[in-house]
Design a protein around this ligand. Structure first.
Ligand SMILES: [Zn+2]
Ligand SMILES: [Zn+2]
Length: 505
């Protein structure tokens, strides 16, 4: 298991203000966190600071806290159903090591914390430049607590500021052919960009182009997720998909992964092929392993899942889409494409009108894959529209990648360009900087992780069917372990359908 910590910019600012003192002495405080369990990474999401009251701690060069303060913090953690974190400051910049006093302060409170909250104590250190470092203290044997360093700490707001532990996440080597890219924003930004774990959800027209762009910018680790098969009608606008792929029924992720490896400018790349939907438990957990996600889906259910991930799990989601309107004589009325990032402090997908929450359950129940249901929808219903042009996808993909670059590179300190809507007919670009509606629930899920009580995953019949067909035709590209899971799901699907048939008769 890998470890990480994430916090919002607001919490970061409040912690910085308290911990980084003008008199240059170290200070400390407690905080509450909620777990976010990914497939290979566990993240502690810092939810609330528990600042010390008078007499709660002593500041004497390096700080110490009283038993009374620890007990009050534990009490709050138990009440909230979360975990406890101990934060303190150091007088230098960058990722921080630990003194023997630091180690005993955290280790000596590991058992009491685990006993009361059921979760490991998490330790964080902040440097003078605002860089965080963090570790989990896991129980490995009776009465034994071991330190597990986090690979990164992510601060999510207008910008995505990440500090990596270099020993666990060394800066990748680049090929000489990346020189001109690096000279555009410098080595420091490239070192962040190249170590991000980036997920692309949907490898169709827009996703396949984003994947190519990331490969050529030195990104080293991508998770490509799509359950779909390449079809003949996709070939006009899916990058790197060819006639052969549609005849053999190749997975979209397989074509994209192959292309990513060929175009990569980082010396060593990890490309994960995930033939899931983000609405399936496996796909959802894989998405939680990522630092940032591209949403290239067009259905309400996966968008609802991604919206939850953006707020509850603090993984920013770049989203958008193309809408083309046709006149009754078959000529173009309008073509518009949107691009925006959702996450803490920004307007969510539901408030942006990117999906209708009333349609999520219809999508979940498979109505949108049912030809009779679709036939009865009005002609201009979003589910029915499928016009698209490669050039429009190219522009949309570019907007999406630029949104991500603004957030990571933040040129001249500008990280949030707002939600963009480009109108092809007039060439105008609208920008929306509003926040969520008062009545929106998503901001209240911020940093709640797996503890929101909302389940967005379920059985995705269409995805199961697509994988089973590829397995049968020998074009499956998963690992053997995943193939067994696919087979198991296909079998369970058959049993479920037979059972439903019996129920109906
Ligand atoms: Zn220390
Ligand atoms: Zn909202």
């Amino acid at each position: 298991m890998k470890y990480s910590v994430a916090l919002t910019e607001d919490i970061h600012k409040a912690a910085y203000e308290h911990l980084i003192r003008l008199d240059r002495q170290e200070d400390l405080c407690f905080a509450l966190w909620f777990p976010s369990q990914g497939h290979t990474r566990k993240t502690a999401l810092i939810w609330k600071l528990i600042l010390p009251g008078s007499g709660d701690r002593k500041v004497h060069g390096n700080a110490s806290f009283t038993g009374r303060y620890f007990e009050r913090a534990i009490g709050e953690a138990v009440k909230a159903g979360g975990g406890l974190a101990l934060m303190h400051s150091h007088p230098g910049p960058g990722w921080q090591g630990m003194s023997s006093d630091d180690i005993s302060a955290e280790r000596n409170h590991a058992a009491a914390t685990k006993g009361a909250t059921g979760l490991p104590i998490v330790g964080l250190t902040i440097g003078t430049d605002g860089a965080w470092s963090a570790r989990f203290w896991e129980k490995t044997k009776p009465r034994t607590y071991e330190r597990f360093w986090c690979e990164s700490v992510r601060v999510v707001g207008d910008a995505l500021n990440i500090t990596f532990m270099d020993e666990l996440m060394p800066v990748p080597k680049f090929r000489k052919n990346l020189d001109r890219t690096i000279s555009a924003w410098g080595h420091k930004k490239q070192a962040v960009l190249s170590r991000l774990k980036i997920g692309i959800i949907g490898l169709g027209s827009v996703g396949s182009i984003i994947s190519e762009a990331l490969a050529r910018m030195g990104v080293s680790h991508v998770k490509l997720m799509d359950f779909d098969t390449i079809e003949y009608v996709n070939l006009d606008r899916t990058l790197h998909a060819y006639e052969d792929d549609s005849t053999t029924g190749r997975a979209k992720v397989a074509a994209a992964a192959n292309a990513f490896r060929k175009s990569a400018t980082s010396e060593k790349v990890t490309v994960e092929l995930l033939e899931w939907s983000v609405t399936e438990e496996q796909g959802f957990r894989d998405a939680l392993d990522c630092d940032i996600l591209f949403s290239c889906v067009d259905r309400p259910w996966p968008r609802a899942a991604l919206n939850l991930i953006a707020y509850a799990h603090l993984v920013p989601v770049v989203d958008g889409g193309i809408a083309i309107k046709i006149k009754s004589n078959g000529t173009m009325r309008s073509a518009d494409w949107k691009s925006h990032i959702v996450g803490p402090g920004r307007k969510c997908l539901e408030c942006l009108g990117q999906y209708d929450s009333g349609l999520v359950s219809a999508d979940r129940e498979g109505y949108f894959d049912d030809p009779t249901y679709i036939q009865n929808l009005p002609m201009d219903h979003s589910i029915k529209r499928n016009e698209n042009v490669f050039a429009f996808s190219l522009s949309t993909a570019s907007f999406h990648v630029l949104q991500m670059l603004s957030m990571i590179v933040a040129p001249s300190g500008l990280a949030n360009v707002g939600a963009q809507n480009y109108h092809f007919v007039t060439g105008a670009l609208d920008v929306d900087r509003d926040k969520c509606k008062e009545s929106c629930l998503y901001p209240s899920f911020t940093a709640k992780g797996d503890s929101t009580g909302i389940v967005v995953t379920g059985i995705h019949a269409k995805a199961e069917e697509a994988r089973a067909l590829r397995l049968k035709s020998g074009t499956a590209s998963q690992t053997w372990r995943d193939r067994i899971v696919v087979l198991y799901h296909a079998m369970m699907g058959t049993v479920r359908r037979a059972f439903l048939k019996i129920l109906k008769t």
